[in-house]
Write a protein that binds this ligand. Structure first.
Ligand SMILES: C[S@@+](CC[C@H](N)C(=O)[O-])C[C@H]1O[C@@H](n2cnc3c(N)ncnc32)[C@H](O)[C@@H]1O
Length: 313
Protein backbone atom coordinates (compact mmCIF):
# COMPACT_ATOMS: atom_id res chain seq x y z
CA UNK A 1 0.00 0.00 0.00
CA UNK A 2 1.13 3.51 -0.64
CA UNK A 3 2.00 5.44 2.49
CA UNK A 4 -0.20 8.49 2.51
CA UNK A 5 2.30 10.54 4.45
CA UNK A 6 3.31 12.05 1.12
CA UNK A 7 6.58 12.34 -0.74
CA UNK A 8 9.60 10.94 1.06
CA UNK A 9 13.24 10.40 0.21
CA UNK A 10 13.84 6.73 -0.57
CA UNK A 11 16.97 4.60 -0.79
CA UNK A 12 17.68 5.73 -4.36
CA UNK A 13 17.81 9.35 -3.24
CA UNK A 14 14.82 10.46 -5.28
CA UNK A 15 11.45 11.78 -4.14
CA UNK A 16 8.59 9.30 -4.47
CA UNK A 17 5.83 7.50 -2.62
CA UNK A 18 7.15 5.14 0.02
CA UNK A 19 5.85 1.58 0.21
CA UNK A 20 4.37 0.00 3.36
CA UNK A 21 3.82 -3.63 2.51
CA UNK A 22 5.20 -5.81 -0.25
CA UNK A 23 2.21 -8.18 -0.07
CA UNK A 24 -0.30 -5.72 -1.43
CA UNK A 25 2.22 -3.85 -3.52
CA UNK A 26 1.43 -5.50 -6.85
CA UNK A 27 -2.34 -5.06 -6.53
CA UNK A 28 -2.02 -1.38 -5.78
CA UNK A 29 0.77 -0.95 -8.30
CA UNK A 30 -1.35 -2.39 -11.11
CA UNK A 31 -4.38 -0.28 -10.17
CA UNK A 32 -2.12 2.78 -9.95
CA UNK A 33 -0.79 1.94 -13.39
CA UNK A 34 -4.37 1.83 -14.71
CA UNK A 35 -5.22 5.26 -13.34
CA UNK A 36 -1.85 6.58 -14.53
CA UNK A 37 -2.76 5.39 -18.03
CA UNK A 38 -5.95 7.47 -17.83
CA UNK A 39 -3.99 10.50 -16.68
CA UNK A 40 -1.58 10.01 -19.56
CA UNK A 41 -4.43 9.87 -22.07
CA UNK A 42 -5.98 13.04 -20.63
CA UNK A 43 -2.67 14.90 -20.62
CA UNK A 44 -1.81 13.81 -24.17
CA UNK A 45 -5.26 14.79 -25.47
CA UNK A 46 -4.83 18.21 -23.79
CA UNK A 47 -1.36 18.42 -25.31
CA UNK A 48 0.12 19.01 -21.86
CA UNK A 49 3.53 17.55 -22.71
CA UNK A 50 5.21 18.97 -19.61
CA UNK A 51 2.57 17.10 -17.60
CA UNK A 52 3.33 13.88 -19.50
CA UNK A 53 7.06 14.16 -18.82
CA UNK A 54 6.47 14.90 -15.11
CA UNK A 55 4.12 11.92 -14.79
CA UNK A 56 6.61 9.73 -16.63
CA UNK A 57 9.42 10.58 -14.24
CA UNK A 58 7.18 9.89 -11.25
CA UNK A 59 5.96 6.58 -12.74
CA UNK A 60 9.51 5.39 -13.22
CA UNK A 61 10.38 6.36 -9.66
CA UNK A 62 7.33 4.52 -8.27
CA UNK A 63 8.19 1.40 -10.28
CA UNK A 64 11.78 1.53 -9.03
CA UNK A 65 10.81 2.00 -5.40
CA UNK A 66 8.47 -0.97 -5.56
CA UNK A 67 10.49 -3.38 -7.66
CA UNK A 68 14.08 -2.26 -7.42
CA UNK A 69 15.96 -0.09 -9.84
CA UNK A 70 16.51 -2.60 -12.66
CA UNK A 71 13.17 -4.48 -12.59
CA UNK A 72 11.31 -1.19 -12.07
CA UNK A 73 12.92 0.28 -15.17
CA UNK A 74 12.06 -2.84 -17.21
CA UNK A 75 8.45 -2.81 -15.99
CA UNK A 76 8.16 0.88 -16.72
CA UNK A 77 9.57 0.49 -20.21
CA UNK A 78 7.31 -2.43 -21.04
CA UNK A 79 4.13 -0.84 -19.76
CA UNK A 80 4.89 2.71 -20.83
CA UNK A 81 6.90 2.11 -23.96
CA UNK A 82 4.53 4.27 -25.95
CA UNK A 83 4.92 7.29 -23.67
CA UNK A 84 8.62 6.52 -23.26
CA UNK A 85 9.01 6.68 -27.03
CA UNK A 86 7.18 9.97 -27.15
CA UNK A 87 9.67 11.44 -24.71
CA UNK A 88 12.67 9.97 -26.50
CA UNK A 89 11.61 10.89 -29.98
CA UNK A 90 9.84 14.12 -29.02
CA UNK A 91 7.05 12.93 -31.30
CA UNK A 92 3.91 15.07 -31.31
CA UNK A 93 5.91 18.20 -30.53
CA UNK A 94 7.04 19.05 -34.04
CA UNK A 95 5.19 21.86 -35.80
CA UNK A 96 5.73 24.71 -38.19
CA UNK A 97 4.01 27.35 -40.30
CA UNK A 98 4.75 25.47 -43.52
CA UNK A 99 6.11 22.14 -44.74
CA UNK A 100 9.75 23.24 -44.56
CA UNK A 101 9.37 24.26 -40.90
CA UNK A 102 7.56 21.05 -40.03
CA UNK A 103 10.32 18.98 -41.66
CA UNK A 104 12.98 21.03 -39.85
CA UNK A 105 11.26 20.38 -36.51
CA UNK A 106 10.90 16.64 -37.24
CA UNK A 107 14.62 16.54 -37.98
CA UNK A 108 15.62 18.53 -34.91
CA UNK A 109 13.48 16.24 -32.75
CA UNK A 110 15.41 13.20 -34.00
CA UNK A 111 12.65 11.62 -36.08
CA UNK A 112 14.06 12.18 -39.55
CA UNK A 113 17.34 10.31 -39.77
CA UNK A 114 18.28 10.25 -43.43
CA UNK A 115 18.67 12.94 -46.05
CA UNK A 116 16.63 10.86 -48.50
CA UNK A 117 13.56 10.86 -46.26
CA UNK A 118 14.05 14.57 -45.54
CA UNK A 119 14.13 15.37 -49.28
CA UNK A 120 11.02 13.24 -49.85
CA UNK A 121 9.05 15.04 -47.15
CA UNK A 122 10.10 18.42 -48.47
CA UNK A 123 8.76 17.41 -51.89
CA UNK A 124 5.29 16.45 -50.62
CA UNK A 125 3.47 19.30 -48.89
CA UNK A 126 1.06 17.97 -46.25
CA UNK A 127 -1.02 21.11 -46.82
CA UNK A 128 -2.21 19.53 -50.09
CA UNK A 129 -3.50 16.44 -48.24
CA UNK A 130 -5.47 17.76 -45.28
CA UNK A 131 -7.50 20.89 -44.52
CA UNK A 132 -6.85 21.23 -40.82
CA UNK A 133 -3.52 22.04 -39.13
CA UNK A 134 -1.39 20.26 -41.75
CA UNK A 135 1.92 21.41 -40.24
CA UNK A 136 1.30 19.98 -36.76
CA UNK A 137 2.59 16.56 -35.82
CA UNK A 138 -0.85 15.04 -35.21
CA UNK A 139 -3.38 12.98 -37.16
CA UNK A 140 -6.16 15.04 -38.77
CA UNK A 141 -9.66 14.10 -39.98
CA UNK A 142 -10.02 13.62 -43.74
CA UNK A 143 -13.67 12.49 -43.84
CA UNK A 144 -15.41 9.09 -43.90
CA UNK A 145 -14.23 8.34 -40.32
CA UNK A 146 -10.61 8.31 -41.52
CA UNK A 147 -7.56 10.34 -40.61
CA UNK A 148 -4.30 11.30 -42.23
CA UNK A 149 -1.63 9.79 -39.95
CA UNK A 150 0.64 11.98 -37.84
CA UNK A 151 3.84 13.10 -39.61
CA UNK A 152 6.02 11.24 -37.08
CA UNK A 153 4.33 7.98 -38.16
CA UNK A 154 4.91 8.78 -41.83
CA UNK A 155 8.56 9.53 -41.05
CA UNK A 156 8.99 6.36 -38.97
CA UNK A 157 7.58 4.18 -41.75
CA UNK A 158 9.57 5.88 -44.52
CA UNK A 159 12.80 5.51 -42.53
CA UNK A 160 12.09 1.81 -41.91
CA UNK A 161 11.22 1.22 -45.57
CA UNK A 162 14.02 3.39 -46.97
CA UNK A 163 16.18 0.48 -48.15
CA UNK A 164 13.14 -1.22 -49.72
CA UNK A 165 11.95 1.85 -51.64
CA UNK A 166 14.75 2.13 -54.18
CA UNK A 167 14.30 3.55 -57.70
CA UNK A 168 12.49 0.78 -59.59
CA UNK A 169 11.00 -0.89 -56.47
CA UNK A 170 7.38 -2.05 -56.31
CA UNK A 171 5.35 -1.13 -53.24
CA UNK A 172 1.86 -1.43 -51.83
CA UNK A 173 0.22 1.14 -49.53
CA UNK A 174 -2.88 -0.44 -48.01
CA UNK A 175 -5.41 1.97 -46.49
CA UNK A 176 -3.84 4.80 -48.46
CA UNK A 177 -6.35 7.37 -47.10
CA UNK A 178 -5.23 10.90 -47.98
CA UNK A 179 -2.55 9.55 -50.35
CA UNK A 180 0.25 11.36 -48.48
CA UNK A 181 2.41 8.31 -47.80
CA UNK A 182 1.61 6.84 -51.23
CA UNK A 183 2.99 10.01 -52.83
CA UNK A 184 6.11 9.95 -50.61
CA UNK A 185 6.73 6.30 -51.50
CA UNK A 186 6.25 7.25 -55.18
CA UNK A 187 8.96 9.92 -54.91
CA UNK A 188 11.34 7.31 -53.47
CA UNK A 189 10.79 4.58 -56.09
CA UNK A 190 10.85 6.74 -59.21
CA UNK A 191 11.89 6.50 -61.94
CA UNK A 192 10.46 3.19 -63.17
CA UNK A 193 9.11 2.07 -59.79
CA UNK A 194 5.46 1.55 -58.89
CA UNK A 195 3.42 2.30 -55.78
CA UNK A 196 -0.15 1.03 -55.60
CA UNK A 197 -2.40 2.62 -53.00
CA UNK A 198 -5.47 0.59 -51.98
CA UNK A 199 -8.35 2.40 -50.30
CA UNK A 200 -11.78 0.89 -49.74
CA UNK A 201 -13.71 4.19 -49.57
CA UNK A 202 -14.32 5.36 -53.17
CA UNK A 203 -14.71 9.05 -52.17
CA UNK A 204 -11.44 8.94 -50.24
CA UNK A 205 -9.59 7.27 -53.12
CA UNK A 206 -10.85 10.00 -55.47
CA UNK A 207 -9.87 12.71 -52.96
CA UNK A 208 -6.39 11.19 -52.60
CA UNK A 209 -5.89 11.30 -56.38
CA UNK A 210 -6.83 15.00 -56.36
CA UNK A 211 -4.40 15.59 -53.47
CA UNK A 212 -1.55 13.85 -55.30
CA UNK A 213 -2.36 15.77 -58.47
CA UNK A 214 -2.13 19.07 -56.53
CA UNK A 215 1.13 18.09 -54.89
CA UNK A 216 3.09 15.91 -57.35
CA UNK A 217 1.10 15.57 -60.58
CA UNK A 218 4.04 13.95 -62.39
CA UNK A 219 3.75 10.83 -60.18
CA UNK A 220 0.36 10.13 -61.80
CA UNK A 221 1.43 11.22 -65.28
CA UNK A 222 4.50 8.95 -65.19
CA UNK A 223 2.38 6.04 -63.89
CA UNK A 224 4.56 5.71 -60.76
CA UNK A 225 1.54 5.98 -58.44
CA UNK A 226 -1.87 4.31 -58.80
CA UNK A 227 -4.77 4.31 -56.37
CA UNK A 228 -7.30 1.45 -56.45
CA UNK A 229 -10.65 1.10 -54.70
CA UNK A 230 -10.71 -2.34 -53.08
CA UNK A 231 -10.57 -4.25 -49.83
CA UNK A 232 -6.91 -3.95 -48.86
CA UNK A 233 -7.06 -7.10 -46.72
CA UNK A 234 -6.69 -9.08 -49.96
CA UNK A 235 -3.61 -7.15 -51.06
CA UNK A 236 -3.09 -6.94 -54.83
CA UNK A 237 -2.27 -10.39 -56.18
CA UNK A 238 -1.95 -9.28 -59.82
CA UNK A 239 0.85 -6.85 -58.92
CA UNK A 240 2.73 -9.13 -56.46
CA UNK A 241 5.43 -9.62 -55.33
CA UNK A 242 6.17 -6.28 -53.60
CA UNK A 243 9.48 -5.04 -52.20
CA UNK A 244 7.64 -3.00 -49.58
CA UNK A 245 4.16 -3.20 -48.11
CA UNK A 246 2.79 -0.54 -45.77
CA UNK A 247 -0.54 -1.00 -44.04
CA UNK A 248 -2.10 2.21 -42.71
CA UNK A 249 -4.83 0.62 -40.56
CA UNK A 250 -4.65 -1.86 -37.69
CA UNK A 251 -5.28 -5.56 -38.35
CA UNK A 252 -6.53 -7.79 -35.52
CA UNK A 253 -4.24 -10.49 -36.86
CA UNK A 254 -1.85 -10.14 -39.77
CA UNK A 255 -3.51 -11.20 -43.05
CA UNK A 256 -1.41 -14.19 -44.26
CA UNK A 257 -2.15 -13.24 -47.86
CA UNK A 258 -0.17 -10.00 -47.47
CA UNK A 259 2.93 -11.87 -46.31
CA UNK A 260 2.57 -14.15 -49.36
CA UNK A 261 2.65 -11.07 -51.60
CA UNK A 262 5.94 -9.85 -50.12
CA UNK A 263 8.99 -10.40 -52.34
CA UNK A 264 12.05 -12.25 -50.95
CA UNK A 265 14.15 -9.52 -49.31
CA UNK A 266 11.00 -7.42 -48.87
CA UNK A 267 9.62 -5.68 -45.78
CA UNK A 268 6.10 -5.13 -44.51
CA UNK A 269 5.03 -2.65 -41.82
CA UNK A 270 1.63 -3.23 -40.24
CA UNK A 271 -0.11 -2.04 -37.07
CA UNK A 272 -1.44 -5.11 -35.25
CA UNK A 273 -3.94 -5.46 -32.42
CA UNK A 274 -7.29 -4.03 -31.36
CA UNK A 275 -7.32 -2.10 -28.07
CA UNK A 276 -3.54 -2.33 -27.66
CA UNK A 277 -1.76 -2.00 -30.96
CA UNK A 278 1.85 -2.28 -32.01
CA UNK A 279 3.61 -1.45 -35.25
CA UNK A 280 5.18 -4.68 -36.47
CA UNK A 281 7.90 -5.16 -39.08
CA UNK A 282 7.96 -8.38 -41.13
CA UNK A 283 11.07 -9.18 -43.16
CA UNK A 284 11.09 -11.95 -45.76
CA UNK A 285 14.55 -13.43 -46.26
CA UNK A 286 15.80 -14.57 -49.67
CA UNK A 287 14.93 -18.19 -48.76
CA UNK A 288 11.34 -17.15 -47.99
CA UNK A 289 11.51 -17.34 -44.19
CA UNK A 290 9.73 -14.51 -42.41
CA UNK A 291 10.92 -12.74 -39.25
CA UNK A 292 8.87 -10.42 -37.06
CA UNK A 293 10.02 -7.39 -35.04
CA UNK A 294 8.14 -5.08 -32.67
CA UNK A 295 8.72 -1.41 -33.51
CA UNK A 296 6.55 0.66 -31.19
CA UNK A 297 3.07 0.91 -29.68
CA UNK A 298 0.61 2.78 -31.89
CA UNK A 299 -3.04 3.78 -32.24
CA UNK A 300 -4.60 3.36 -35.72
CA UNK A 301 -8.11 3.05 -37.15
CA UNK A 302 -8.99 -0.61 -37.80
CA UNK A 303 -8.42 -2.45 -41.07
CA UNK A 304 -12.08 -3.38 -41.48
CA UNK A 305 -14.95 -3.75 -43.92
CA UNK A 306 -16.38 -0.73 -45.71
CA UNK A 307 -19.65 -1.11 -43.81
CA UNK A 308 -17.91 -1.21 -40.41
CA UNK A 309 -15.98 1.95 -41.18
CA UNK A 310 -18.98 3.93 -42.47
CA UNK A 311 -20.97 2.94 -39.36
CA UNK A 312 -17.98 3.84 -37.18
CA UNK A 313 -17.70 0.41 -35.51
C1 LIG B 1 -5.12 6.04 -40.72
S1 LIG B 1 -6.07 6.11 -42.19
C2 LIG B 1 -5.04 6.71 -43.48
C3 LIG B 1 -3.59 6.41 -43.44
C4 LIG B 1 -2.82 7.01 -44.61
N1 LIG B 1 -1.47 6.46 -44.53
C5 LIG B 1 -2.73 8.53 -44.50
O1 LIG B 1 -1.84 9.01 -43.81
O2 LIG B 1 -3.58 9.23 -45.07
C6 LIG B 1 -6.33 4.42 -42.59
C7 LIG B 1 -7.07 4.20 -43.88
O3 LIG B 1 -7.30 2.81 -44.04
C8 LIG B 1 -8.50 2.66 -44.76
N2 LIG B 1 -8.97 1.27 -44.60
C9 LIG B 1 -9.45 0.66 -43.49
N3 LIG B 1 -9.77 -0.62 -43.75
C10 LIG B 1 -9.47 -0.83 -45.07
C11 LIG B 1 -9.56 -1.96 -45.93
N4 LIG B 1 -10.07 -3.13 -45.52
N5 LIG B 1 -9.17 -1.83 -47.20
C12 LIG B 1 -8.67 -0.65 -47.66
N6 LIG B 1 -8.56 0.46 -46.90
C13 LIG B 1 -8.95 0.37 -45.61
C14 LIG B 1 -9.40 3.72 -44.17
O4 LIG B 1 -10.46 4.06 -45.04
C15 LIG B 1 -8.43 4.88 -43.99
O5 LIG B 1 -8.43 5.72 -45.08
Amino acid sequence: MWNNSGWSRNKFGIDGWSVQSNKTFFVSFISSVRSLSNWYSTLISRKSYKGVFFLERRTLQIAQIGCGERVGRQLFRKRFLYQYNIRRAMAWLSRGRNQAELVKALKENGLIKTERVERTLLAVDRGHFCKYRPYEDAPQPIGWNATISAPHMHVTCLELLNEHLKPGSKALDIGSGSGYLTACMGIMVRPKGLVVGIEHIPGLAQQSLENIERSQKSLLEEGVVRVMVDDGRKGFLEGAPFDAIHVGAAAGTVPRVLLDQLAPGGRMLIPEGTSEQELVQYDKAKDGTVSKKHITFVRYVPLCSLDQQIRGI
